[in-house]
Design a protein around this ligand. Structure first.
Ligand code: AMP
Ligand code: ZN
Ligand code: FE
Ligand code: FE
Length: 293
Protein backbone atom coordinates (compact mmCIF):
# COMPACT_ATOMS: atom_id res chain seq x y z
CA UNK A 1 0.00 0.00 0.00
CA UNK A 2 1.23 3.53 -0.80
CA UNK A 3 0.04 7.12 -0.25
CA UNK A 4 1.18 9.82 -2.67
CA UNK A 5 -0.72 12.81 -1.27
CA UNK A 6 -0.12 14.11 2.25
CA UNK A 7 0.58 17.33 4.13
CA UNK A 8 3.04 18.12 6.91
CA UNK A 9 3.28 20.99 9.36
CA UNK A 10 5.20 22.88 6.66
CA UNK A 11 1.69 23.62 5.39
CA UNK A 12 -1.58 22.68 7.09
CA UNK A 13 -0.88 19.14 8.26
CA UNK A 14 -0.21 18.45 11.94
CA UNK A 15 2.78 16.06 11.72
CA UNK A 16 6.37 16.93 10.85
CA UNK A 17 7.85 15.34 7.72
CA UNK A 18 9.79 12.91 9.93
CA UNK A 19 6.65 11.95 11.83
CA UNK A 20 4.86 11.31 8.52
CA UNK A 21 7.57 8.86 7.50
CA UNK A 22 7.46 7.19 10.93
CA UNK A 23 3.68 6.81 10.69
CA UNK A 24 4.00 5.41 7.15
CA UNK A 25 6.55 2.90 8.31
CA UNK A 26 4.43 1.73 11.21
CA UNK A 27 1.49 1.28 8.81
CA UNK A 28 3.67 -0.69 6.40
CA UNK A 29 3.35 1.79 3.53
CA UNK A 30 6.03 1.24 0.88
CA UNK A 31 6.01 4.65 -0.84
CA UNK A 32 4.74 8.07 0.20
CA UNK A 33 4.82 11.60 -1.27
CA UNK A 34 4.91 14.90 0.60
CA UNK A 35 2.64 17.39 -1.20
CA UNK A 36 2.48 20.49 0.98
CA UNK A 37 0.55 23.53 -0.27
CA UNK A 38 2.87 26.06 -1.92
CA UNK A 39 6.06 24.88 -0.25
CA UNK A 40 8.83 22.32 -0.68
CA UNK A 41 10.65 23.37 2.47
CA UNK A 42 9.68 20.14 4.25
CA UNK A 43 11.02 17.93 1.45
CA UNK A 44 14.71 17.63 2.52
CA UNK A 45 13.70 16.41 6.01
CA UNK A 46 11.14 14.06 4.43
CA UNK A 47 13.68 12.48 2.05
CA UNK A 48 16.25 12.15 4.79
CA UNK A 49 13.76 10.40 7.10
CA UNK A 50 12.70 8.11 4.26
CA UNK A 51 16.26 7.05 3.66
CA UNK A 52 16.90 6.50 7.35
CA UNK A 53 13.68 4.55 7.98
CA UNK A 54 13.57 2.62 4.72
CA UNK A 55 10.41 4.13 3.23
CA UNK A 56 10.45 5.28 -0.41
CA UNK A 57 9.74 9.02 -0.40
CA UNK A 58 8.65 11.18 -3.35
CA UNK A 59 9.30 14.94 -3.31
CA UNK A 60 6.13 16.85 -4.19
CA UNK A 61 4.04 19.98 -3.89
CA UNK A 62 0.35 20.94 -4.29
CA UNK A 63 -0.62 24.10 -6.14
CA UNK A 64 -4.09 25.70 -6.32
CA UNK A 65 -4.95 26.69 -9.86
CA UNK A 66 -6.81 29.85 -10.82
CA UNK A 67 -9.46 28.75 -13.27
CA UNK A 68 -13.18 28.79 -13.90
CA UNK A 69 -15.10 25.78 -12.62
CA UNK A 70 -18.76 25.05 -11.93
CA UNK A 71 -20.39 24.72 -8.49
CA UNK A 72 -17.52 26.17 -6.44
CA UNK A 73 -15.26 23.46 -7.79
CA UNK A 74 -11.52 23.73 -7.45
CA UNK A 75 -8.48 22.59 -9.34
CA UNK A 76 -5.31 21.54 -7.55
CA UNK A 77 -2.17 20.45 -9.35
CA UNK A 78 0.35 18.12 -7.76
CA UNK A 79 3.98 18.29 -8.78
CA UNK A 80 5.50 14.87 -8.11
CA UNK A 81 9.20 13.99 -8.41
CA UNK A 82 10.07 17.68 -8.42
CA UNK A 83 13.68 18.69 -7.82
CA UNK A 84 13.72 19.97 -4.22
CA UNK A 85 16.71 22.19 -4.99
CA UNK A 86 15.06 24.03 -7.89
CA UNK A 87 15.56 27.75 -7.27
CA UNK A 88 12.90 28.87 -9.75
CA UNK A 89 10.34 26.62 -8.10
CA UNK A 90 11.34 27.92 -4.67
CA UNK A 91 11.06 31.56 -5.65
CA UNK A 92 7.63 31.13 -7.24
CA UNK A 93 6.43 29.28 -4.14
CA UNK A 94 7.91 32.02 -1.92
CA UNK A 95 5.81 34.53 -3.83
CA UNK A 96 2.65 32.43 -3.43
CA UNK A 97 3.28 32.10 0.32
CA UNK A 98 3.74 35.86 0.69
CA UNK A 99 0.39 36.27 -0.99
CA UNK A 100 -1.08 33.75 1.47
CA UNK A 101 0.17 35.92 4.34
CA UNK A 102 -1.55 38.97 2.88
CA UNK A 103 -4.73 36.97 2.48
CA UNK A 104 -4.46 35.74 6.06
CA UNK A 105 -4.44 39.35 7.25
CA UNK A 106 -7.63 39.99 5.32
CA UNK A 107 -9.32 36.91 6.78
CA UNK A 108 -8.39 38.09 10.28
CA UNK A 109 -9.84 41.52 9.53
CA UNK A 110 -13.10 40.00 8.31
CA UNK A 111 -13.38 37.81 11.41
CA UNK A 112 -12.69 40.83 13.63
CA UNK A 113 -15.46 42.72 11.84
CA UNK A 114 -17.76 39.82 12.68
CA UNK A 115 -16.85 40.36 16.34
CA UNK A 116 -14.48 37.41 16.65
CA UNK A 117 -11.28 38.20 18.54
CA UNK A 118 -8.38 36.66 16.66
CA UNK A 119 -5.03 38.23 15.89
CA UNK A 120 -2.46 37.84 13.14
CA UNK A 121 0.13 36.99 15.78
CA UNK A 122 -1.94 34.02 16.94
CA UNK A 123 -2.28 32.85 13.37
CA UNK A 124 1.43 33.19 12.63
CA UNK A 125 2.19 31.19 15.73
CA UNK A 126 -0.30 28.49 14.75
CA UNK A 127 1.17 28.15 11.26
CA UNK A 128 4.77 28.19 12.50
CA UNK A 129 7.27 28.33 9.66
CA UNK A 130 4.75 26.87 7.28
CA UNK A 131 2.42 27.96 4.55
CA UNK A 132 -0.61 29.62 6.21
CA UNK A 133 -3.95 28.08 5.33
CA UNK A 134 -7.57 28.32 6.40
CA UNK A 135 -7.24 25.15 8.53
CA UNK A 136 -4.89 27.12 10.82
CA UNK A 137 -7.57 29.77 11.26
CA UNK A 138 -10.15 27.04 11.85
CA UNK A 139 -8.00 25.46 14.56
CA UNK A 140 -7.78 28.74 16.46
CA UNK A 141 -11.55 29.25 16.21
CA UNK A 142 -12.09 25.79 17.69
CA UNK A 143 -9.60 26.45 20.48
CA UNK A 144 -11.36 29.70 21.36
CA UNK A 145 -14.72 27.96 21.46
CA UNK A 146 -16.10 30.09 18.61
CA UNK A 147 -17.03 26.89 16.78
CA UNK A 148 -17.20 23.25 17.82
CA UNK A 149 -15.08 21.76 15.04
CA UNK A 150 -12.77 22.58 12.15
CA UNK A 151 -15.54 21.58 9.77
CA UNK A 152 -17.95 23.99 11.48
CA UNK A 153 -15.38 26.79 11.12
CA UNK A 154 -15.40 26.18 7.36
CA UNK A 155 -19.16 25.77 7.13
CA UNK A 156 -19.90 29.00 9.01
CA UNK A 157 -16.97 31.29 8.19
CA UNK A 158 -14.21 30.05 5.93
CA UNK A 159 -15.61 28.06 3.02
CA UNK A 160 -16.10 29.74 -0.34
CA UNK A 161 -19.15 32.00 -0.13
CA UNK A 162 -18.99 32.34 3.69
CA UNK A 163 -18.40 35.70 5.39
CA UNK A 164 -14.67 35.34 6.15
CA UNK A 165 -13.73 33.69 2.86
CA UNK A 166 -10.95 35.32 0.86
CA UNK A 167 -9.68 34.09 -2.46
CA UNK A 168 -5.97 33.52 -2.73
CA UNK A 169 -3.57 34.49 -5.48
CA UNK A 170 -3.07 31.47 -7.70
CA UNK A 171 -1.22 30.53 -10.85
CA UNK A 172 -3.22 29.77 -13.95
CA UNK A 173 -3.10 26.24 -15.30
CA UNK A 174 -0.47 26.96 -17.95
CA UNK A 175 1.90 28.53 -15.42
CA UNK A 176 1.28 25.86 -12.77
CA UNK A 177 2.07 23.01 -15.17
CA UNK A 178 5.03 24.90 -16.61
CA UNK A 179 6.48 25.56 -13.17
CA UNK A 180 6.24 21.86 -12.25
CA UNK A 181 7.85 20.79 -15.52
CA UNK A 182 10.63 23.34 -15.14
CA UNK A 183 11.40 21.75 -11.77
CA UNK A 184 11.62 18.32 -13.42
CA UNK A 185 8.32 17.02 -11.99
CA UNK A 186 5.18 15.39 -13.30
CA UNK A 187 2.04 17.56 -13.34
CA UNK A 188 -0.72 15.45 -11.83
CA UNK A 189 -4.27 16.73 -11.44
CA UNK A 190 -5.30 16.15 -7.81
CA UNK A 191 -8.77 14.84 -6.90
CA UNK A 192 -10.38 15.43 -10.34
CA UNK A 193 -13.88 14.85 -8.94
CA UNK A 194 -13.51 18.03 -6.85
CA UNK A 195 -13.56 20.15 -10.01
CA UNK A 196 -17.28 19.57 -9.44
CA UNK A 197 -18.35 19.02 -13.03
CA UNK A 198 -21.90 17.74 -13.00
CA UNK A 199 -20.96 14.79 -15.21
CA UNK A 200 -17.89 12.62 -15.67
CA UNK A 201 -17.92 13.39 -19.40
CA UNK A 202 -17.41 17.10 -18.68
CA UNK A 203 -14.54 16.38 -16.30
CA UNK A 204 -13.00 14.16 -18.95
CA UNK A 205 -13.29 16.91 -21.59
CA UNK A 206 -11.53 19.31 -19.23
CA UNK A 207 -8.75 16.80 -18.52
CA UNK A 208 -8.20 16.40 -22.27
CA UNK A 209 -7.88 20.19 -22.57
CA UNK A 210 -5.32 20.18 -19.76
CA UNK A 211 -3.36 17.57 -21.62
CA UNK A 212 -2.93 20.03 -24.50
CA UNK A 213 -0.96 22.26 -22.15
CA UNK A 214 1.12 19.46 -20.69
CA UNK A 215 -0.84 17.64 -18.00
CA UNK A 216 0.89 14.31 -17.36
CA UNK A 217 -1.79 12.50 -15.39
CA UNK A 218 -4.24 12.54 -12.52
CA UNK A 219 -5.17 10.93 -9.24
CA UNK A 220 -7.33 7.84 -9.70
CA UNK A 221 -7.61 7.07 -5.98
CA UNK A 222 -8.49 9.61 -3.30
CA UNK A 223 -10.25 9.46 0.07
CA UNK A 224 -13.53 10.92 -1.15
CA UNK A 225 -13.50 9.79 -4.78
CA UNK A 226 -16.57 7.74 -5.69
CA UNK A 227 -15.73 4.26 -7.01
CA UNK A 228 -17.38 4.83 -10.42
CA UNK A 229 -15.30 7.96 -10.80
CA UNK A 230 -12.09 6.02 -10.09
CA UNK A 231 -13.11 3.41 -12.62
CA UNK A 232 -13.82 6.04 -15.27
CA UNK A 233 -10.46 7.68 -14.69
CA UNK A 234 -8.59 4.37 -14.79
CA UNK A 235 -10.21 3.67 -18.15
CA UNK A 236 -9.32 7.14 -19.45
CA UNK A 237 -5.71 6.75 -18.33
CA UNK A 238 -5.45 3.42 -20.12
CA UNK A 239 -6.94 4.72 -23.34
CA UNK A 240 -4.91 7.91 -23.47
CA UNK A 241 -1.65 6.99 -21.76
CA UNK A 242 -1.94 9.26 -18.72
CA UNK A 243 0.17 8.76 -15.61
CA UNK A 244 -1.90 7.80 -12.55
CA UNK A 245 -1.44 8.53 -8.87
CA UNK A 246 -3.37 8.29 -5.65
CA UNK A 247 -3.36 9.20 -2.01
CA UNK A 248 -5.38 10.07 1.05
CA UNK A 249 -4.65 13.83 1.40
CA UNK A 250 -3.68 13.10 4.99
CA UNK A 251 -3.51 16.21 7.23
CA UNK A 252 -3.03 14.47 10.60
CA UNK A 253 -5.14 15.90 13.42
CA UNK A 254 -6.15 18.84 11.24
CA UNK A 255 -8.54 16.55 9.32
CA UNK A 256 -9.10 13.74 11.71
CA UNK A 257 -11.50 11.70 9.60
CA UNK A 258 -8.73 10.95 7.08
CA UNK A 259 -6.19 8.25 7.91
CA UNK A 260 -2.83 7.96 6.20
CA UNK A 261 -2.99 5.28 3.52
CA UNK A 262 -6.59 4.33 4.30
CA UNK A 263 -8.40 7.62 3.74
CA UNK A 264 -11.92 7.38 5.14
CA UNK A 265 -11.25 3.69 5.83
CA UNK A 266 -11.53 1.92 2.50
CA UNK A 267 -8.77 3.55 0.44
CA UNK A 268 -6.10 1.21 -0.93
CA UNK A 269 -3.55 2.57 -3.37
CA UNK A 270 -1.62 -0.41 -4.74
CA UNK A 271 2.20 -0.58 -4.79
CA UNK A 272 2.26 -1.07 -8.59
CA UNK A 273 0.94 2.43 -9.03
CA UNK A 274 4.16 3.87 -7.62
CA UNK A 275 6.26 1.61 -9.84
CA UNK A 276 4.33 2.70 -12.95
CA UNK A 277 4.40 6.37 -12.00
CA UNK A 278 8.14 6.30 -11.44
CA UNK A 279 8.61 4.60 -14.83
CA UNK A 280 6.48 7.29 -16.45
CA UNK A 281 8.61 9.99 -14.84
CA UNK A 282 11.86 8.33 -15.89
CA UNK A 283 10.68 8.00 -19.48
CA UNK A 284 9.56 11.63 -19.50
CA UNK A 285 12.87 12.78 -18.07
CA UNK A 286 14.83 10.77 -20.64
CA UNK A 287 12.71 12.30 -23.46
CA UNK A 288 13.38 15.80 -22.15
CA UNK A 289 17.12 15.16 -22.08
CA UNK A 290 16.97 13.75 -25.62
CA UNK A 291 15.36 16.94 -26.95
CA UNK A 292 17.67 19.09 -24.83
CA UNK A 293 15.11 20.66 -22.50
P1 AMP B 1 -6.30 27.16 1.87
O1 AMP B 1 -5.03 26.59 1.34
O2 AMP B 1 -6.09 28.17 2.90
O3 AMP B 1 -7.24 27.60 0.79
O4 AMP B 1 -7.03 25.95 2.62
C1 AMP B 1 -7.19 24.75 1.95
C2 AMP B 1 -7.40 23.66 2.94
O5 AMP B 1 -8.63 23.87 3.61
C3 AMP B 1 -7.47 22.29 2.27
O6 AMP B 1 -6.48 21.46 2.79
C4 AMP B 1 -8.82 21.76 2.60
O7 AMP B 1 -8.73 20.50 3.16
C5 AMP B 1 -9.41 22.67 3.62
N1 AMP B 1 -10.77 23.01 3.21
C6 AMP B 1 -11.11 23.77 2.15
N2 AMP B 1 -12.45 23.88 2.05
C7 AMP B 1 -12.96 23.17 3.09
C8 AMP B 1 -14.28 22.90 3.54
N3 AMP B 1 -15.37 23.39 2.91
N4 AMP B 1 -14.41 22.11 4.64
C9 AMP B 1 -13.33 21.63 5.27
N5 AMP B 1 -12.07 21.85 4.89
C10 AMP B 1 -11.87 22.60 3.82
ZN1 ZN C 1 -4.36 21.21 3.10
FE1 FE D 1 -6.12 19.55 -2.76
FE1 FE E 1 -3.90 18.13 -0.46
Amino acid sequence: MIDLHMHSNFSDGSLSPTELVEEARSLGLTAIALTDHDTIDGVPEFLEAGERLGVTTVPGVEISVDTKLPNNGHMHMLGLFIDPTSQTLKSTLDYLREQRNLRAEKIIRKLNELGIPITLEELLEEAGEGSIGRPHVAKILVRKGVVASIQEAFDIYLAKGKPAYMDKVKLNEVDAIQMIHDAGGLAILAHPHLMNYPTFEEAKARILQLREIGLDGFEIYYSTMPREYSEGLIQLAKEMGFATSGGSDYHGANKDDIQMGRGLGDLMVPDELYVELKKFWETRTAQKIAVGK
